[in-house]
Design a protein around this ligand. Structure first.
Ligand code: NAD
Length: 299
């Protein structure tokens, strides 16, 4: 299927995802508040709209990929938001990681306009977005999931139905809590090993053939020079910002509080990333936990 569709939020992830839709033959109508991000995708062949409302008035299916709940609320319900112009029968796919409660609210409003909203947050970093191998965790009714899969599969290799609207976010929040914890674990482990005199590449190799192996050690190692093409080897630029990881761990803590589920390490990880954010690491990739801990070493 090749169709005209909308895309709102062309950042680290959305830029690559939009490009993959173009590559698969879709004609995109895009919007972002960042002129630079719009320019890059316009050069790749997209049409540019002046507001989310204009996007919604020109297409009947669209993807949004925004930082936080507040941006999603603004883009959907704001004065020039999607809901001010959405067409009946539209399919709205939000891939941002946000509060499941906000996803459910957006779905309720969409229904009032005769449209369908699904939450479809992703796992996989910017490289997975670039290579169209993301995993989408989708919440929504069967029919909307089936319709969304046709578009989402252009940007990812797994599209998993998690249940009703909001359940995609629930799955994503759980994954990121574990990721946030394991990245700190990997960082403190690499830091200790180096202090004990081990070569970082050798240590990573041993971890990755042993029971300490995890995604953070193997695919996204936080120690500079261990892997090429990951943020740690590029001064922690690009990737997944520490501020966004702090946000996700906050969502996990809110959910855990509501569910009365104890999450002691998730809570501690949240505090560590929040401290990093307050010390100037917010815009750096979250694997800079390694650098942050290294800076705490006795000099
Ligand atoms: P980003 O900050 O790089 O991109 C967000 C984009 O949204 C930017 O281009 C920004 O200008 C735009 N934007 C902000 N407010 C807007 C508005 N009101 N209207 C239109 N555009 C607006 O973020 P990202 O890294 O691409 O992440 C997007 C989402 O995906 C987040 O929820 C994040 O948690 C999630 N996520 C990110 C990664 C990752 O590795 N970066 C991985 C999985 C999930």
């Amino acid at each position: 299927l090749a169709a005209r569709m909308g895309f709102i939020g062309l950042g680290n992830m959305g830029g690559h995802m939009a490009r993959n839709l173009i590559k698969k033959g879709h004609q995109l109508v895009v919007y972002d508040v960042s002129a630079d991000n719009v320019k890059a995708i316009k050069e790749a062949g997209a049409e540019v709209a002046g507001s989310p409302a204009e996007v919604a008035s020109r297409v009947t299916s669209l993807v949004s990929m925004l930082p936080e709940s507040s941006h999603v609320q603004q883009v959907y319900t704001g004065p020039k938001g999607i809901f001010s112009a959405v067409q009946k029968g539209s399919l709205l796919m939000d891939c941002s990681t946000i509060d499941p409660y906000v996803s459910r609210t957006m779905a309720t409003i969409a229904k009032q306009h005769g449209a369908e909203f699904v939450d479809a947050p992703v796992s996989g970093g910017v490289n997975a977005a670039r290579d169209a191998v993301l995993t989408f965790m989708v919440g929504g009714p069967d029919s909307a999931y089936n319709a969304a899969s046709l578009y989402l599969s252009c940007m990812g290799k797994n599209v998993v139905h998690c249940g009703p609207v909001g359940n995609g976010q629930a799955a994503k929040i759980c994954n990121n809590m574990l990721l946030g914890i394991s990245m700190i674990g990997t960082s403190e482990t690499m830091n200790l090993g180096i202090k004990l005199g081990l070569d970082p590449k050798l240590l990573a190799k041993i971890l990755n053939m042993s029971s300490g192996r995890c995604w953070s050690s193997e695919v996204y190692n936080p120690c500079p020079g261990v892997l090429e093409g990951v943020p740690s080897s590029n001064d922690y630029k690009g990737g997944f910002g520490t501020a966004l990881m702090t946000k996700d761990l906050g969502l996990a803590q809110n959910a855990a509080t509501a569910a009365k589920s104890p999450t002691p390490l998730g809570s501690l990880a949240h505090q560590i990333y929040r401290t990093m954010t307050n010390h100037g690491f917010g815009g750096k990739d979250f694997s800079s936990a390694f650098k942050f801990l290294q800076d705490q070493n006795e000099q």
